[in-house]
Design a protein around this ligand. Structure first.
Ligand code: ATP
Length: 242
């Protein structure tokens, strides 16, 4: 899986929100898209998932333009949005099957893929419970399992730990890192929380619509003459330590 953003600019009305943003994602790696609130992370996700129409620049998945091959590209992408998008009255299993059907999976395939993800996400015991009965951490796990049903090569997560307690946050972050290794999945994890980023992650720092840094966390720190990511982030954006 290869992904490239070329010179992406975007504005809401007359308000510029993304300014000539270019980057590539490395296959099978965990990338942290780090930026303070309002940096433009969700807008970038909106463009990558085609919720928003591209204005300037190009997005390429495996060399194919998202603009020109939207259906094919969407088959390669799984997404977890900031807002919970599960049907609370359906069971965990029903949510998974419904989403699988939307992606055109047969009933048999949906069951097979659904059961496998329930197992991997340690959700088997909750499979027949309505999502409403699940806590925030479990709901997020269901959302990620759902996003992976159609076996995308690229998983986008927009502030996936929003609203979770510290323990659940760390657990979810670790889990997605494991998926990255197990499935050779390319991950873009948007966050404003430094503690969700590790020095050997690929880190993209977005601030006021501009990409201020792009590279291995450790190398970005060294470039800025800093010893840790929190100080580096502060030096680049002026944003407080989280
Ligand atoms: N629909 C919209 N219309 C006008 N301005 C918008 C709209 N959506 C977002 N914005 C503005 O665009 C800027 C970037 O917002 P965006 O949500 O992309 O940032 P973010 O980094 O995801 O931050 P957050 O984590 O707070 O959502 C902000 O100034 C925001 O107020």
């Amino acid at each position: 899986m290869s992904f490239e953003a070329r010179q992406i600019s975007f504005q809401y009305g007359s308000k510029p929100v993304l300014k000539e943003v270019s980057f590539t994602l490395a296959s099978g790696r965990f990338h942290a898209l780090l930026g303070p609130n309002g940096a433009g992370k969700s807008t970038l996700f909106g463009l990558m998932t085609r919720l928003l129409a591209l204005q300037t620049g190009e997005l390429l998945l495996n060399g194919q333009s998202l603009r020109k091959q939207p259906a094919e590209a969407m088959r390669q992408i799984g997404v977890v949005f900031q807002q919970n998008a599960l049907d609370l009255d359906l069971t965990v299993r029903q949510n998974l099957y419904y989403h699988a059907a939307l992606h055109g999976l047969s009933r048999k395939e949906a069951r097979k893929r659904g059961d496998l993800e329930l197992e991997r996400f340690a959700l088997v015991e909750r499979a027949n419970d309505p999502v409403r009965q699940l806590n925030g951490g479990h709901r997020r796990r269901v959302e990620i399992a759902r996003a992976l049903l159609h076996q995308p090569g690229l998983l986008l997560l927009d502030e996936p730990t929003a609203g979770l307690d510290v323990g659940s946050r760390a657990g979810l972050n670790e889990h997605v890192r494991r998926l990255c290794e197990e499935d050779d999945l390319t991950v873009l994890w948007a966050t404003h929380l430094i503690e969700e980023v590790q020095p050997d992650d690929r880190v993209l720092i977005l601030h006021q619509g501009r990409l201020l840094a792009d590279g291995e966390g450790r190398a970005i720190c060294a470039d800025q003459g800093q010893t840790n990511l929190a100080d580096t982030f502060h030096a680049l954006t002026g944003a407080g330590h989280s």
